[in-house]
Design a binder for this molecule. Structure first.
Ligand code: FAD
Length: 844
């Protein structure tokens, strides 16, 4: 028997090797278009990033070792260009010499893989724009980095390969920007799971644009200009396209082999095509999804390798082994977190009208009392009637791989959520808990399946009319104060039984807590007291907050600066956030080392554990003590800032890396006010000035917005805030409607030239004859940012003093009646008095 195999990497090389083991006397010829065979495509991003240091390690086999070991003829740099099925021949082209040769076969295997999509974007073929599939492309990227020392990379497409490239280029010190057309990264997981990835990418200072695409590439000197569909433009030195792949099925199609609706080669369960002598495996084949039955292509190495074995067995022994299809079990490392999925995501089930239910659970990677337990979010998707598992997704720091494999094993064998609960796992505190996160997911899903609990998803809640619901936050008052869902009342779980009369029996009640456990207990209390329409918010406030907050991370490099250490930093040059900020070398910490520092380890505790622990420890120590808390709950980074603001303690430094959050906090005396944050330099211990004063000189919309954002933020942290509006700044305070006032000629001229009120303000940059402010307002609205008018109202309600400069009003002929209500008119003495009481004085 003579067998030709087209494609010499994952599927092709596996088929060839297995076939040799099955049929020692077979003549096997493996054809590969590229120079290499049997290499680790999956390792390519890590070789670029230097994690895999030696190029040789990418090669599992070389053509020579393959020939030597298996007795298989390997022809590299050779392309199969035609198949004559009647004659049983393949035409091969030597890509070095151009020479063509016809080879006959008894059996043919196609494993041509998938090619990266390269859409016809203007300018896409210029230097510095790459795709990544082969070792040759990897070499080209690596060489470009070595010779051009790029500073900024743009990744187009945020799938697995895109994010792996983002991480690896970031590790090389490049600024990384990702552009993604969808509203989320990693399309294989659902939105709320991706939102955890978004928040993590933000902590790594990766810029990313969602719902945006590249409109064109241009040049700016030696750099590449990337123009986005939204109108943004920026320069980059290196672009990696990871938009997606499509099956290389052209050769098969041209020879009359059936192609399916996805564009992949159609195969039967023996992996044979419509020609019984031609088999196909790997990224190029289409096969019915085992759960949905929908024709699907799986672009993964595992299935390609396993299919190769089956095809080789069927070729050697006749069609005896069947392929059951792949459920697309996949995993990726994204900086410090791991994202994994198996089966079908909710969005695919929804799109195809398939019934499903989901539960979201948050667990720890191992027993919380053993150091370094890390949070893990699991989404379990199952059939509502039978409990059959349909899909699972996990985002976490540790142990995600083994959990997703457990889900995949149950799913692959048609198991149910009860089976998840019954998995017997190996347990000792460093590895798991007595109830593994997978068991917990199974228990929670089983409760929903049997009607013990009803879950409402975060998107179902946001889609509800809140007036029709009674939203109850059953966390502690401290947690409630740190942030809750708008409109929720706080009835801590421990008070619920005594406060049942406060709850309506005839309305829908949605209960929530941090992650869902306390809300479940509350749900059971209510149900057993006769309440019937009760829901538990799946995944609790944690999931709700992650999914409803801002997802993109745009324009973070706009004001980047190169600091004296040659690193690139954002924001103000005098305040670089050094890698050691929050460690032991930063200037803030140097100022603090003389003070005794108490260390608290809250790692493994989930929200609100770290904050509660902080409070307990702070209650025990005198003012002036510094406390360094270590936590592994990423939410602690945000919570500790809010907590310090609320309690008047000072957050001296905050460091977040490798999934650990380290916060250094100084306890202030009871009446002390918060005195700023670490990156603003060490707080001076004796400073009693607590005010914030802003002199507003400009009349542009963006500066007015900045003014009121700062004013409202300062007021929220308990500072007394005074805004002193002078000269052009007075326009911000003018009423939008014209007032009948008596003015002299100059006053009338000024009145005519100056914007009347907030609605007429232009932008200080990109005003575009009024288009800019309209775009800015539309964008603020779409991003749920309060309007300038709302911010002014909030500032007044928060007690911010708004003072109009008398002298400027006189010069410009502006009358008191023309200004909005609540404005004081004062002179320079008023300003100076407030300024002397203020710790922060800004000129806008
Ligand atoms: P390939 O391995 O791509 O091999 C196809 C070969 O066929 C190619 O070398 C091509 O040159 C050759 N060929 C095509 N047409 C012809 C022709 N006419 N004549 C001669 N030769 C031809 N999967 C995972 O599961 N996990 C991962 O972490 C992962 N990471 C990846 C990272 C990168 C950067 C890439 C590119 C892929 C990754 N994959 C990963 C996907 C995985 O590599 C593929 O699913 C797998 O290689 C598919 O195997 P295949 O045999 O179908 O195709």
């Amino acid at each position: 028997m003579k067998c030709i195999i087209i494609g010499g990497v994952a599927g092709g090389a596996t088929t060839a090797a297995r076939l040799r083991r099955n049929a020692e006397s077979a003549e096997i010829l493996m054809i590969e278009r590229g120079p290499d065979i049997s290499y680790a495509n999956c390792g390519l991003p890590y070789y670029i990033g230097g994690i895999i240091p030696e190029r040789d390690r990418l090669f599992v086999q070389t053509p020579e070792s393959f020939e030597r070991t298996f007795g298989i003829q390997v022809r590299t740099r050779t392309e199969a260009i035609a198949i004559d099925r009647l004659a049983h021949t393949v035409t091969l082209k030597d890509l070095s010499s151009g020479e063509q040769k016809v080879e006959s076969y008894d059996k043919l295997v196609l494993s041509p893989g998938a090619e990266p999509v390269r859409p016809p974007i203007p300018g896409i073929n210029q230097d510095g724009i790459f795709t990544l599939r082969s070792v040759a492309e990897t070499d080209a990227i690596k060489q470009f980095i070595e010779t051009h020392s790029p500073r900024k990379a743009v990744i187009v497409g945020a799938g697995f390969i895109g994010l792996e490239m983002a991480e690896n280029l970031h590790a090389l010190g490049l600024q990384v920007t990702i552009v993604e057309m969808a509203d989320q990264v990693m399309s294989v997981v659902d939105y709320e799971m991706a939102s955890e990835v978004h928040q993590h990418l933000k902590t790594k200072h990766v810029e990313f644009y969602l719902r945006d695409g590249v409109a064109s590439f241009g040049t700016n000197g030696s750099r590449i200009t990337v123009a986005l569909k939204s109108g943004r433009r920026f320069d980059a030195d290196l672009v990696v396209l990871s938009i997606g792949v499509r099956p290389e099925s052209r050769l098969a199609k041209e020879s009359g082999i059936d192609i399916g609706q996805t564009g992949g080669i159609k195969v039967n369960s023996y992996l044979a095509t419509n020609d019984p002598d031609i088999y196909a495996v790997g990224d190029a084949i289409e096969f019915p999804h085992p759960i949905s039955g929908i024709p699907t292509i799986t672009y993964l190495a595992g299935p390609a390798n396993k299919q190769g074995r089956i095809a080789a067995d069927n070729i050697a022994f006749g069609n005896t082994r069947t392929y059951g299809g792949a459920i697309a079990t996949a995993i990726a490392k994204v900086f410090d977190i791991t994202v994994a999925s198996t089966g079908l995501p909710e969005k695919v089930l929804k799109k195809n009208g398939m019934p499903y239910k989901c539960v979201i659970t948050h667990s720890s990677s191992h027993a919380g009392y053993y150091p370094d337990a890390r949070p893990m979010t699991i989404k379990t998707i199952f059939e509502p009637d039978t409990g059959r598992l349909l899909g699972a997704q996990i985002v976490g720091y540790e142990g995600v791989d083994k959990r997703i494999d457990l889900f995949a094993s149950i799913l692959r064998t048609g198991g149910t959520v009860e089976d998840l609960g019954e998995i017997e796992h190996a347990y000792a505190p460093p590895y798991s808990s007595a109830k593994d996160p997978v068991n917990i997911a199974g228990f929670v899903a089983e409760n929903v399946l049997t009607g013990k609990s009803r879950h409402m998803q975060w998107h179902e809640l946001t889609g509800c009319n809140f007036a029709d619901l009674h939203l109850v936050d059953v966390r502690t008052p401290e947690e409630y104060a740190l942030g809750t869902i708008e409109g929720a009342v706080n009835i801590p779980i421990y008070e619920l039984r005594s406060r049942l009369s406060e709850l309506p029996t005839s309305e829908t009640i949605v209960l929530f807590c941090g992650v869902g456990l306390r809300a479940y207990m509350a749900e059971r209390i209510l149900i057993q007291h006769g309440f019937t329409d009760v829901y538990n918010l799946s995944g609790g406030y944690k999931t709700y907050e992650l999914a409803t907050q801002r997802q993109g991370n745009e324009d973070i490099f706009e004001k980047d600066i190169i600091w004296k250490d040659d690193n690139i930093y954002q924001a103000v040059p005098s305040e670089p956030v050094t890698p050691s900020a929050g460690g032991t070398n930063g200037s803030t910490v140097k100022a603090a080392v003389a003070v005794e520092t108490l260390r608290v380890d809250a790692s493994g505790l989930q929200c609100p554990g770290p904050i509660m622990k902080l409070k307990q420890e702070m209650d025990k120590v005198p003012a002036g003590t510094q406390l360094e808390e270590l936590a592994t709950d990423p939410g602690f980074a945000r919570d500790v800032e809010s907590w310090c603001r609320m309690t008047g303690n000072t957050l001296l430094s905050l460091d977040e890396s490798a999934g650990r959050v380290k916060a250094l906090i100084r306890k202030n005396a009871n009446d002390a006010r918060p005195s700023g944050q670490a990156q603003h330099g060490p707080a001076s211990g004796n400073d009693t000035r607590t005010g914030t004063t802003l002199v507003v000189f400009s009349d542009s919309l963006d500066r007015a917005l900045a003014t009121f954002v700062i004013a409202n933020g300062a007021a929220a942290s308990g500072k007394t805030v005074t805004l002193f509006f002078t000269f052009w700044g007075l326009s911000i305070l003018r009423k939008n409607d014209k007032e009948k006032v008596h003015k002299d000629v100059m006053g009338r001229m000024f009145g005519w030239m100056l914007p009347r009120g907030t609605r007429q303000l232009g932008l200080s940059k990109i005003n575009f004859a009024g288009m800019g402010p309209r775009m800015m307002r539309a964008r603020m609205k779409s991003q749920n940012v309060a309007s300038l008018e709302q911010m002014i109202e909030s500032a007044q309600q928060a007690g911010v003093r708004i003072v109009a400069c008398q002298m400027s009003m006189d010069i410009m002929g502006i009358k008191r009646e023309e200004l909005i209500d609540g404005v004081e008119v004062g002179g320079v003495a008023t300003y100076l008095e407030h300024a002397s009481e203020s710790q922060v004085n800004l000129f806008v």
